[in-house]
Design a protein around this ligand. Sequence first.
Ligand code: AMP
Length: 465
Amino acid sequence: MTSIGLADAVRFQDLGLREEILKAVEEAGYREPTPIQARAVPEVLRGRDVVGIAQTGTGKTASFVLPILHLLAQGRSRARMPRALILSPTRELASQTAANFDAYGKYLRITKALLIGGVGMGEQERLLERGVDVLIATPGRLLDWFERGRVLLGGVEILVIDEADRMLDMGFLPDVERIVGLLIRRRQTLLFSATMPKEVRRLADTFLRDAAEIRVAPKVQKAELVEDVLVPTRGRDKRALLLRLLREQEVGCAMIFCNTKREVAALTRFLRDRGVDARDIHGDLDQSVRQATLDAFKKGEVRYLVATDVAARGLDIAELPVVINFDVPHNTDDYVHRIGRTGRAGRKGRAFTLVAPQDERLVQAIERLSGGRLPRLELEDPEEGRRAPSDAPDRNQQHAQAVEAPDGERASGTRRRSGRRAKTAASRSASAAPKAQPVVGLGDHVPRFLQIQVPVRAAAKSGAE
Ligand code: AMP
């Protein structure tokens, strides 16, 4: 299984970690290790190289952070010479990993620095200068600093290559290889990847020695706790359909994925023009803007985050109830990663994918991966594509929603389920409708769902960690 699952009968106390770490883990609220933690922590503590085949959402970050903290608790850092190096493909993942070190290392005196693009580096440079135990970096930025002589890599005893398949996707593998070539040979290397394309396998074979291979999710296996549904769209106006989906499925807060930066920007504009509380996050935005948006989303101050795959990779947002694929992703791995943003840490999630007739081939691949036909949620009637989008909301009020069961039956059970779900969604996110705001672009007609007031406190809970 891929969503967080607990390892049979293994307790954190059995893993051989120091008391200070166990205390911090307990305070984080974790009762038992996840399977990747139960299997990886002892291997890392033994000094072995590890290949961890695990997606985000499985607890893989703690599976290397916890034993590294333990190993580094002895010994001392030297100026500019970190003892552990964590390579992350994105700034967001790097920041989250840094936060993990802070959380689990709060009772230890472990120092760290973060080298990523887009944030003021003066403070990080001062930290490095003084000597840090852990350096967390994106590959390009690290090389940049190395070349300027600001960081020395000769003291790195433990190297982590995180999300290696994403490194590959983003064209970072040559940088990673260069960095590994700068390290001492007598080191411990941990490599994590959700999937194992041949280039990543080659990287592991070249740079790891006698590695323990721990696989907690077969390639492209879906998170079990996510209920995913396809939303067929025949008309051309996918955006109007999205508005309708947000309202009819009581989506109080969600991440909405598009395939391109351009679509992210256009869709965000469309939603905001209609008073929907959406913000965009993609690779071209300044780091401080991305971080501020993400923080606002986590706090529940923003209800819908519109994102590309790259920007969303590695974002850790607990309790995200819904993911929407505005565009069908081009491959099943991205599908799995996207829907894996919900249904995390033992909680149920929902994923909706808008599918147009031309997406048929991609839909087949997703259904093959899912082991059968996925339920369809019919929101659009055959005439819809021809109507002006601003007509839609009122008529939608009378339009009976029907969810087809996988075997093609109209399932009354499914309807009952959606009723129950409506309740949980309501308790999670307080209100069905996007926040009422001045509406631009709909003329005099303001759909009823945009007029519902949302209690601010309750709304703020949804989507927050
Ligand atoms: P990751 O796979 O590292 O992105 O972690 C996914 C989420 O699971 C994060 O929000 C972690 O805080 C959480 N998590 C990590 N380990 C555990 C655990 N043993 N029990 C419950 N939640 C956990």
